[in-house]
Design a protein around this ligand. Sequence first.
Ligand code: HEC
Length: 111
Amino acid sequence: MSAHFGRIGAMASGRAPFDAAAAASNAEIVAAMSKLPYAGFVEGTSGTEKGTPKANVWTERAKFDEDAKKMQDEVAKLTVVAKGGNLDQVKTAFGSAAAACKSCHDHFRNP
Ligand code: HEC
């Protein structure tokens, strides 16, 4: 997810030239992948080490699911915008999607 999302981020930040077709295909992959991780968050998989899920994934499950949905919605918007081929719109949509990733990571992932 990070690799494909990051390729769009490189275009959004000007580190890579904007290629609308590549942005759209990467966005589609992120959108498909954005639905996959959540089946893996089963009880007993939290931890305390860096990068592991915090225990609050289960005590605040409604917020966690809401954050997941928010990210999936932002990624879906990014896919639509990427297909449109307008870099400014891609920048904005990428920023919103990245904020949705960060918001959940800040709250639910051990730093
Ligand atoms: C609903 C919460 C949530 C959202 C939204 C979310 N993540 Fe995560 N993510 C986690 C948690 C919790 C972990 C740590 C547990 C794990 O790695 O399974 C994690 C881990 C990761 C990892 C590390 C995986 C590994 O194997 O080490 C990557 C990469 C990642 N997220 C990318 C993203 C990207 C990109 C987005 C946005 C497009 C995103 N995440 C949105 C909760 C979220």
